[in-house]
Design a protein around this ligand. Structure first.
Ligand SMILES: C[S@@+](CC[C@H](N)C(=O)[O-])C[C@H]1O[C@@H](n2cnc3c(N)ncnc32)[C@H](O)[C@@H]1O
Length: 281
C-alpha cells in the first residue's frame, strides 16, 4: 500500500487532480489560466479530472460531464469529504493490487446499485487499471484491464484538496449542450472536449459509452460563437489540425503550441502533439 498522507502533489505550485484522466490539462494549466477572462462563475462542460476547476479561483463553478460515474464520485466526495476518503483508503489495503482482486472489484463496480460503493470502486479502478483509462463496452460495462502498477498511489491529499473547493461547485451529469443552455451573464466557459482525431482514421473516443464525433466538435464551435455573441467568453482546447483550425475559424484569438504527451506507461511512446486554444469573445 502506498497511502502517503500529507500535502497534495503539486508541480510548479499547481494542484494535481486525484484521478488519472486521458487528456487532462494539468500540463498546460498556465496557458489556460493566462487566457481565461475574469468572471463570477466558471462553467466546464467537459470536466474530466477537473484540473482547471482545481487551479483557478472563480467564486462559483458549474462542473458538467457526460460520464455518470465521474459526476457521482464528485458529488459523494463533495458531500462526505474525509469520511469518504477513509472509506476509499480501505480499498487500497493489502491484497488490493492483484489481478484477482481487480477483476472481482471491476465486476462489483459493474453490478452495484449503491452510489457510494460505486464511487469508491471508481477511485480504486482508476489507480489500479491499465494506464488509468476509463473505458466502457457497448453495454456500458467498465472494461479496462488490470494495470500491473508496482505501487498504486492513494490520492488522499488530492481528494482533500478537491473537497476543500467543492463547496463552490455544482456537479451535473449532462451533455455539453445542456451546460451551454445554462449560461448567464458574468459566466466564463472552458471547454475541453475529447480530442478531434489527428488524422481522419485515428479517432480516440473512449471516454464514456458513446463517442464524440466531428459533428459534435462543430456543434461545440457554433455554441461557443453564439455564447460569445451574447457576451459570455468561451475558451476551447483541442488538437491543432486542419479540421480544428477550420471549425474555430471565427475565434477571436487562437494560440498554437506543442505538448509532450504520454500515451502509454512506456516512456518510449511519448510523442509531441500540436495543441490549440481558441478564445471566443
Ligand atoms: C479531454 S477530457 C477533459 C479533461 C479535463 N479538462 C481534465 O483536465 O481532466 C473530455 C471529457 O469530456 C467528457 N465528455 C465526452 N463527451 C461529452 C459530452 N457529449 N458532453 C459532456 N461531456 C462529454 C468525457 O467524459 C471526458 O471527461
Amino acid at each position: 500500500m502506498s497511502a502517503r498522507a500529507g500535502a497534495p502533489r503539486h508541480v510548479n505550485g499547481h494542484c494535481r487532480p486525484f484521478l488519472k484522466w486521458a487528456g487532462n490539462k494539468y500540463r498546460i494549466i498556465e496557458r489556460i489560466r493566462a487566457l481565461l477572462p475574469p468572471g463570477r462563475r466558471l462553467v466546464e462542460p467537459f470536466a474530466g479530472s477537473a484540473a482547471v476547476f482545481l487551479n483557478t479561483d472563480y467564486a462559483r463553478y458549474l462542473i458538467v460531464d457526460s460520464n455518470a460515474d465521474l459526476i457521482n464520485l464528485y458529488r459523494i466526495l463533495q458531500a462526505e469529504g474525509e469520511n469518504f476518503i477513509r472509506y476509499c483508503r480501505r480499498l487500497f489495503g493489502p491484497g488490493a493490487n492483484t489481478p484477482e482482486t481487480y477483476y472481482r472489484r471491476r465486476d462489483e463496480f459493474n453490478a452495484t446499485g449503491d452510489p457510494r460503493r460505486k464511487a469508491a470502486l471508481f477511485v480504486y479502478l482508476n489507480r489500479h487499471g491499465y494506464n488509468g483509462l476509463c473505458r466502457y463496452n457497448a453495454r456500458g460495462g467498465f472494461n479496462v484491464p488490470f494495470g500491473r502498477y508496482r505501487r498504486p498511489y492513494f490520492p488522499a491529499a488530492e481528494m482533500r484538496a478537491f473537497h476543500a473547493r467543492a463547496h463552490r461547485a455544482r456537479f451535473v451529469h449532462a451533455d455539453f449542450t445542456w451546460a451551454f443552455a445554462q449560461l448567464r451573464e458574468d459566466d466564463v466557459v472552458y471547454c475541453d472536449p475529447p480530442y478531434a482525431p489527428l488524422s481522419p482514421s485515428a479517432s480516440f473516443t473512449g471516454y464514456s459509452a458513446g463517442g464524440f464525433g466531428l459533428d459534435q466538435q462543430e456543434r461545440l464551435a457554433k455554441l461557443a460563437e453564439a455564447a460569445a455573441r451574447r457576451g459570455v467568453p468561451v475558451l476551447i482546447s483541442n488538437h491543432n489540425t486542419s479540421f480544428t483550425r477550420r471549425i474555430y475559424g471565427n475565434a477571436t484569438r487562437c494560440e498554437r503550441f506543442q505538448v509532450q504527451r504520454y500515451i502509454s506507461c512506456n516512456a518510449r511512446r511519448r510523442h509531441e502533439a500540436g495543441e490549440l486554444l481558441a478564445l471566443y469573445g
